[in-house]
Design a protein around this ligand. Sequence first.
Ligand code: G3P
Length: 217
Amino acid sequence: MKFFVDTAEVDAIKELNELGMVDGVTTNPSLILKSGRDILEVTKEITQIVDGPVSAEVVALDADAMIEEGRKLATIADNIAVKVPLTWDGLKACKVLSGEGNMVNVTLCFSANQALLAAKAGATFISPFIGRLDDINLDGMDLIADIRTIYDNYGFETQILAASIRTVNHATQSALIGADVMTAPPEVIKKMASHPLTDKGLETFLKDWEKTGQKIL
Ligand code: G3P
């Protein structure tokens, strides 16, 4: 499973990247706002840190303008994935931009039918939003499972990028279902290392070690 980091915070990306945890990065307009940085400048910096796909999102609503924005974002670096919303115009933009050889990430996916259309339009990645479905009392994991089944039924090569991951359980479930990629905030990725029994066990080992009176260094 590939790990993308869902942030535009350069320091957090660098820290995880040094551990080999970063196969790519996803950003969106809200994350750019949070970073306080210029989109072109911060995206360029991220593409220089990370070798894998870095998603940068268009903000236009009509297909022609999305295509123009997407072409501009794609000039930032070779590893840009242009992110377009899952609207009819977004699908048109996906078709054109992917036809021109760009990676395209179709975002804001909330149904299996939307994912099916994105695959038909040549999307490199489909981003189903798990947490936002959970927010309205639906099960985001069901959507990931449905898309996995549909894509496997027909051999679609579009990669399922489990997004809007808020908890470590979302990460586990996405991996069990077979999402190709997950994108999660840095704090969720770091939390995956935590277990209370690890902390408890370490405490006991250190207490017993102290009693031995020994030193390693
Ligand atoms: O990758 C999409 C993600 O940024 C959305 O997450 O937590 O805002 O629903 P969230």
